[in-house]
Design a binder for this molecule. Structure first.
Ligand SMILES: [Fe+2]
Ligand SMILES: [Fe+2]
Length: 138
């Protein structure tokens, strides 16, 4: 995988529509970080941060509503990556552009791992709860 060609693929689909839609947005904004235009990097990073705040908040809320057991661990991953994005933002603003390319390269790996593990578990957990609700209603 090279970050230049990284984008949405079915490999990332978790078959939970609202989550997949949000993940497609994340992928678009994250892939845009690798554009070679330092003048707009902060703008592109800010768009990704704004998206991520809402994206993670939505998942944190789903976890609270469904009493998802590893909620603390999942939320911690969200908080950590947001902290990294914000730290990179301040370093780039302070005149250290190398971290911009590094973030653009590393984030797709982070996201794929996060989708495969935490988000996948949450999507399955919510699907199982929905099936149970249907079964007990019939
Ligand atoms: Fe997610
Ligand atoms: Fe997540």
């Amino acid at each position: 995988m090279t970050h230049e060609s990284w984008g949405w693929s079915d490999r990332l689909a978790l078959r939970y529509e609202p989550m997949d839609e949000t993940h497609k947005e994340f992928v678009t904004l994250c892939a845009a970080l690798s554009e070679d235009n330092p003048a707009t990097f902060i703008e592109r990073l800010d768009a990704l941060i704004a998206h991520s705040v809402e994206h993670f908040e939505q998942e944190n809320q789903w976890m609270a509503e469904t009493a998802f057991p590893p909620a603390g661990c999942h939320k911690q991953e969200h908080d950590s990556v947001l902290e990294i994005m914000r730290e990179v933002r301040s370093h780039v603003l302070a005149g250290d552009p190398d971290l911009a390319a590094r973030l653009a390269e590393e984030l797709p790996h982070w996201f794929e791992h996060h989708v495969d593990t935490m988000d996948n578990m949450l999507a399955r957990f919510m699907a199982a709860q929905a099936d149970q609700a249907v079964a007990s209603a019939t």
